[in-house]
Design a protein. Structure first.
Length: 114
């Protein structure tokens, strides 16, 4: 397709970002749309407006940036093992802090500067 239609968003991108909201009710409230419209978009019964995946992407980026400013740590992807439709282990939400330098390294640096 030479000139794709930019009026409609990518439904796969919407499904990806929808997982971040938890359920259809929370997603509908965040988008200020009815639950029925959101359900139709997610099921593919209706086309997704172009602004929906973009807004969801920007909200997630803003959240991650705010979390970084508050905690000083990057937000990690929440990956887990799915068994019988249930996420078994989502893992840590934040990336682990880097290991602090050993006391011997600190003492060596102090001696070098004195």
């Amino acid at each position: 397709m030479r000139y794709p239609n930019k009026r409609y968003g990518n439904p796969e991108a919407m499904r990806h970002y929808a997982m971040w909201y938890g359920n259809v009710k929370n997603l509908a409230q965040a988008l200020r749309r009815s639950e029925r419209s959101v359900r139709d978009w997610l099921s593919g019964a209706a086309r997704v407006p172009f602004w929906v995946p973009e807004l969801m992407r920007l909200q997630q980026m803003e959240h991650n940036n705010t979390a970084y400013q508050i905690t000083g740590r990057q937000v990690a992807a929440r990956l887990g093992t799915v068994a019988a439709g249930v996420v078994v282990d989502a893992g840590a939400r934040f990336l682990p802090d880097p290991a602090p330098p050993a006391l011997t390294e600190i003492a060596a640096v102090k001696k070098a500067h004195c």
